[in-house]
Design a protein around this ligand. Sequence first.
Ligand code: DAH
Length: 339
Amino acid sequence: MLEQINALLEEAKSKINTCQDLKTLNDIRVEFLGKQGKVTNLLHTMKDIDKEERPKFGQLVNSARNEIEELLKNLQISLNERAIEQKMASEKVDISEPSKIVEKGEIHPLHKVFDKLIDACVAMGFTVLTGPEVEYDYYNFEALNVPKDHPARDMQDTFFITDNILMRSQTSSVQVRAMETMKPPFKIVSPGRTYRADSDATHSPVFHQFEGLVVDENVSLVDLKSMLTQLLKMLFGENTKIRFRPSYFPFTEPSVEVDATCPSCGGKGCRLCKNTGYMELLGAGMVNPKVLEMSGIDSNKYSGFAFGPGVDRLAMVVNKIPDLRMMFENDMKFLEQLK
Ligand code: DAH
């Protein structure tokens, strides 16, 4: 009897000693302690034992049972610990490993200038409008006081698609669209892409303009001068001198050309400004009353000013880039210098 119990205990111990996983552990528990388990079955044999031996037998089986239970409990704890250790080892991060270099994108130098212009103008109360790049001749020329066959069309080498449809050669087209749809007073700016059959160090067939238009009562050239001075100083620095020269555009009267002291030499004269000390930046003027009238605005009541810098040119000047085409070549070595 005693031997039988000991043999069972030894069998259980040896199985527990070699057990490596929770499933086997559970099988052992069922095998010995389950309802049909070997130890449990031993208790069922109690009735076949002599009466006086029964308590002793019961005690021995129970203590074997408790021992097996204890061993299984300890085994379970150590198997759980081992599982956690293994999981941690498999998820270990080597913090000494050199990290991968993540390439970070940057805003293109041209768009940085756009962003600055837009931010400044929005702060001054302008609304941002955009217009189509494939445009009607009417909006690009006719409504801006440049009728068909007018010699002023020669100022812009335009890509025509049909007789009446073209790739817009200037964002001034958006002025007309604004005047047709908005009621004065209003102030709009329009950033966008423009197209001309031009290509050299300072011209690209695709380029960018930033049109501005203010229409209100009593708008004068003084408003134009002070607003543009403020905008250009924001872009080039407080110490920049701004110069206005008389010019000609069919849609403005009077018209001006606006220059700023060269950011490279500060006005002394250098290669970048061809020794003039100044950089030519943009055209502007008081909106020709005829242009206001054509879009249905009463020119006796309202006046306006407009301006239209080439943004590529501004970005060239800001970044002292000698050739405009470099801005579109996407040469990373070049662009990284302008971060
Ligand atoms: N659109 C003109 C050009 O491309 C620039 C310009 C001049 C725009 C005078 C204006 C303006 O709004 O008033 O040459």
